[in-house]
Design a protein around this ligand. Sequence first.
Ligand SMILES: Cc1cc2nc3c(=O)[nH]c(=O)nc-3n(C[C@H](O)[C@H](O)[C@H](O)COP(=O)(O)O)c2cc1C
Length: 313
Amino acid sequence: MKKIDITASINGIKLPLCIMNASGVLCTTDQELSNLLNSYSGGVVTKSCTYKPREGNISPRYFEWNIGSINSMGLPNLGINFYLNFLEKNKINKPIFLSISGLSTEENYLLIQKANQSSKITAIELNLSCPNIIEKKEMLDCNFDGISNFIENIFRFNKKPLGIKLPPYFHDIHIKNMALILNRFPIFFVTCINSLPNGIFIDVNKESVVIRPKKGFGGIGGSIIKPFALANIHKFYTYLRKDISIIGCGGISSGKDIFEHILCGATAVQIGTQFMKEGVSVFERLKKELIFILEKKNYSSLNNFKGKLKNLQ
Ligand SMILES: Cc1cc2nc3c(=O)[nH]c(=O)nc-3n(C[C@H](O)[C@H](O)[C@H](O)COP(=O)(O)O)c2cc1C
């Protein structure tokens, strides 16, 4: 039987498997990160960190149902020093993506400076799109002039491979504008997409919302958001410079979902809600399911079909 290659190269960063965790899901504590290092996951993405530790929002702040999840975590994390120390203490056997999410531009500069001092971090994933911060005053991800200045300043000092985690955009012009900005900088990758902001889920028996913060409003993940993830990936794939890789994230719960993300142009993928539901065994299952599809289609690598989604004639 033909050997099937499902490794990935994110602008030269080699992943032994194109599947990894999404930031924020089971990647906050020592134990969770150790589990990920010991799993089949092709890389480890850390919980988005701030400079100081944060408790996050009041509980219950996460809820899942058959086709989705809603969360308003509010960035609970142990602070950047914890993640840098964890990486120093442990044997690193795969690429590490340090996710950072400062609450202000100045905090983001500080976090990126700190990340630059660690030799254990393979790349920085800059989360510009967290929808659940109560104290947040501005949304940089929708402020195109602001984002352009911000990224320009980052590349005055940043030497690490850096990617940006983007929110879902719902209009072609927003994706085009964002891609035009990103194309001006030596960005390694974008991750599409973060949770869909401002959803609500209702418990009909109780006639109430299911999470406590922000009167029940939260970010939506899981199968229900897959069409939006695919659309964002495919549009960014057409507009971005070809050397900027896309990491697909959103609505993956099967090998078929991964196939679809790659067909739209993703180089690698991240698993959020389904990882929360299933734990670390999800990576091995998805790997098997993806290989099964490639075998059936007689493909030997992801590049055989990456970005090749067809239009109807
Ligand atoms: C509980 C939870 C916490 C999350 N925390 C973060 C985070 O800290 N940083 C981030 O970039 N995304 C965070 N996300 C968003 C996920 O990384 C992912 O983009 C989103 O859930 C869509 O993927 P999915 O459909 O596989 O869940 C979080 C999602 C969930 C469910």
